[in-house]
Design a protein around this ligand. Structure first.
Ligand code: SF4
Ligand code: MG
Length: 332
C-alpha cells in the first residue's frame, strides 16, 4: 500500500552572493490518499520552496533541486521532462496560494478560467455546465451569473473559492494549499477551511497544507510535519502532536500562543531568528534558540528518531545517550 506522495531526502539550494543557501535540506514526508499533511513553520523555513520543488517550479537559475525523489502515485516526478511535468501541474497536482488575485487572470471572466482547467475534450455546453456545478460546489451563490464575472468584481473570499473550483476542476490527486486563508478575515477563513474539508471528503484529494498557523493545523491536518531552517524537525499524527509535541521548537510554538487554538497567530514571536542557511551546521540548527541545548547540540547533528509514527530530530530524545543532568538550562 504505497502512499500517494512520497518525498525522500529533498534538497533545494540557491546560489546567492552570500553563498549557497540550503533552503530545503533533506526533507522527507508522505501523504496518503484523501489525507491532509500540514507543513508547519515560520516564514523562511522552506515550506513554500518544498512545494515549488514538487512542481519543479524552483526559480532558476539561482535555485536547483540538488537531490531527492518525489514519488507521486508510483512515479518519480523529478525524473519527468518538462513536457510531462506540465501535464502534472494543474492536473495531477493542483495549487492554491495565499493571494488569489495574483493567480487569477484579471482580463478573463472567472467561468472561462475554470473551464480552461477542465480535462480537455469536453463539449462546450457540457463544460459550461460543469463549471457552474463547480462554482456551486465551492459555495458561490448565483453561479449561473457569476460565470461571466470578472475577478475584480469578487471579494477576496469569493476569489479564493474560484481558485479552489479551478484547482479541483482537473480532479487532481494532490492539492497543494500554501497559506490558503492567511489573507482572509477570520469568518471567511473558517468557511474556506470548512469547504476544503468537505470537498476533500467528497473527492478524496490529498492535501499538502502549508501554514504557520497552529489553529489551521488543528482543524485541518491528519498529519503534521514541523519545519525549521530547511528541515523537518518533528512529524506525527495531529492528535499525538497536539497531545505531546516533542521538539523544543514545536513546544515553543505552542507556548508562544496566548491560547492554544487561537487562529491567525503568527509564529514569529519566538526569541531569536532562524539561522542563516548559508552556514554549515556542525550540530543542531535550533541550538541558538533552544533552552535545552548542551555541548553535544553544537558538535553533532541530531538524527531522525522515530517511535510509533512520531518522529523527531533532537538529541533530547536519544535514549541511548541521555542529556547529562549537569548541563545548564538557558531560559527561553
Ligand atoms: Fe535543542 Fe539540542 Fe534538541 Fe537541538 S538537539 S533541539 S539544541 S536539545
Ligand atoms: Mg511561504
Amino acid at each position: 500500500n504505497r502512499p500517494l506522495l512520497d518525498v525522500r531526502d529533498l534538497r533545494t539550494w540557491f546560489d546567492t552572493p552570500e553563498g549557497v543557501v540550503r533552503a530545503v535540506d533533506g526533507v522527507s514526508f508522505r501523504i496518503e490518499r484523501g489525507q491532509t499533511l500540514a507543513l508547519l513553520g515560520e516564514s523562511g523555513c522552506g515550506k513554500s520552496i518544498t512545494a515549488l520543488s514538487l512542481l519543479q517550479l524552483v526559480p532558476e537559475p539561482a535555485g536547483r533541486i540538488v537531490s531527492g525523489e518525489a514519488w507521486l502515485d508510483g512515479q518519480d516526478v523529478f525524473a519527468l521532462p518538462e513536457r510531462a511535468m506540465r501535464r502534472v501541474r494543474g492536473r495531477r497536482i493542483a495549487t492554491i496560494f495565499q493571494e488569489p488575485q495574483t493567480s487569477l487572470n484579471p482580463v478573463l471572466p472567472v467561468g472561462l478560467q475554470i473551464r480552461e482547467a477542465l480535462p480537455a475534450g469536453l463539449p462546450r455546453r457540457q463544460a459550461r455546465r460543469r463549471v457552474i456545478q463547480l462554482l456551486e460546489s465551492v459555495g458561490i451563490p448565483d453561479a449561473e451569473r457569476r460565470y461571466d464575472a470578472w475577478p475584480h468584481q469578487l471579494s477576496g473570499g469569493m476569489k479564493q473559492r474560484v481558485m479552489i473550483a479551478m484547482a479541483l476542476a482537473a480532479e487532481p490527486s494532490l492539492l497543494i494549499a500554501d497559506e490558503p486563508t492567511t489573507a482572509l478575515d477570520v469568518t471567511t477563513q473558517a468557511q474556506i477551511l470548512h469547504l476544503l474539508k468537505e470537498l476533500q471528503e467528497r473527492t478524496q484529494t490529498a492535501i499538502l497544507l502549508i501554514t504557520h498557523d497552529l489553529g489551521v493545523v488543528s482543524e485541518m491536518a491528519d498529519e503534521v510535519a514541523v519545519m525549521y531552517a530547511g528541515q523537518v524537525v518533528e512529524a506525527a499524527p495531529r492528535d499525538r502532536f497536539f497531545a505531546a509535541p516533542k521538539h523544543p521548537y514545536s513546544r515553543k510554538l505552542f507556548r508562544s500562543l496566548p491560547s492554544r487554538m487561537k487562529r491567525g497567530e503568527a509564529l514569529a514571536v519566538i526569541a531569536g531568528s532562524v539561522p542563516r542557511l548559508t552556514l554549515e551546521f556542525p550540530g543542531c540548527r535550533f541550538v541558538e534558540r533552544c533552552p535545552h541545548a548542551w555541548e553535544r547540540c553544537r558538535t553533532e547533528r541530531p538524527l531522525w528518531l522515530e517511535e510509533q509514527g512520531h518522529g523527531v530530530r533532537c538529541h533530547l530524545h536519544d535514549v541511548r545517550a541521555p542529556r547529562p543532568e549537569s548541563s545548564s538550562e538557558r531560559s527561553g
